[in-house]
Write a protein that binds this ligand. Structure first.
Ligand SMILES: [Zn+2]
Ligand SMILES: [Zn+2]
Length: 269
């Protein structure tokens, strides 16, 4: 299973794209601005889009990518998300004002876009993948996802989505065999108050979250959703987590940094 990082930044700037991961060329997890780097021939292949929540940095490219492929596809693009996420898309994006209602165009029977509501805890089998809908704690209803390939079998790739302190997430993922975890750290400690108000993590929040890991086998932990203006500070503060662990004679976490265009291939050796 290949996870292509189309965007992993908290916002835009040159070379910074917002959240989007393409799994085996067919399934998109979030539709941030990174989707705009795909060729038309790649956009056409995407049948399923799983959204973590309705915030703009996670859906920004959705209206335009649907427009790009609409006349070239024979089947609707399936957009999966919480009921609240779908309702926000209907009310605020595909409302025939900001953008056309592609769930009724060109006809209700054969639309360009089909909504598929999800609940936390759902498990879906789509395109030889098993996808779990994980809890997230954010300022709007939100999810994370755990994805594994069924054939060939891999362990799980886990994505936290946008989240603050999230014990239910750990209760679930600690039961899963994991190949890689992608977890957000949107703000530096300097902006910890904003992180708390907007229900994101700063490095001290990340450190607390990682302390919930129960697995005896270490797995790569990729940091995502960093704000470009704070990336250097976040980097130093996240690296300090491992320095403290080494001082306390604990094994350091296998912390890695995501970048646009990176491909994570499971299983990771
Ligand atoms: Zn958000
Ligand atoms: Zn976000």
């Amino acid at each position: 299973m290949k996870i292509r990082v189309l965007g992993c930044s908290g916002t835009i700037a040159r070379d910074c794209r917002t959240t989007s991961f393409l799994i085996d060329d067919e399934i998109l997890i979030d539709a941030g601005t990174g989707v705009g780097d795909l060729e038309l021939s790649e956009l056409i292949k995407i049948d399923d889009i799983f959204l973590t929540h309705c915030h703009l940095d996670h859906i920004a490219a959705l209206p335009l990518m649907l427009d790009a492929v609409a006349s070239l596809r024979n089947t609707p693009v399936r957009v999966h998300g919480l009921v609240e996420t779908i309702q926000s898309l209907k009310d605020h994006i595909f409302n025939n004002q900001i953008w056309p209602d592609f769930s009724k165009i060109p006809s209700i029977n054969k639309p360009f876009l089909q909504y598929h509501p999800l609940n936390i805890g759902d498990v879906l089998n789509i395109k030889q993948k098993k996808i779990h809908v994980l809890p997230a704690t954010h300022i709007v209803p939100a999810t994370g996802y755990a994805v594994k390939s069924i054939k060939p079998e891999t362990n799980y790739w886990i994505f936290s989505g946008d989240t603050a302190h999230n014990p239910d997430f750990w209760n679930t993922v600690n039961q899963m065999p994991i190949d890689a975890l992608v977890i957000e750290t949107a703000f530096s400690e300097q902006e910890k108050n904003i992180a708390m108000l907007s229900k994101h993590l700063s490095p001290s929040g990340l450190e607390e979250e990682l302390s919930y890991i129960k697995s005896s086998k270490s797995y790569p932990i990729y940091i995502t959703h960093t704000k470009p203006a704070a990336i250097n500070r976040i980097f130093v503060e996240v690296e300090a987590i491992n320095k403290r662990r080494v001082c306390a004679q604990l094994d350091p976490y296998d912390i890695r940094w995501l970048h646009t265009g990176q491909v994570i291939e499971l299983p990771i050796i």
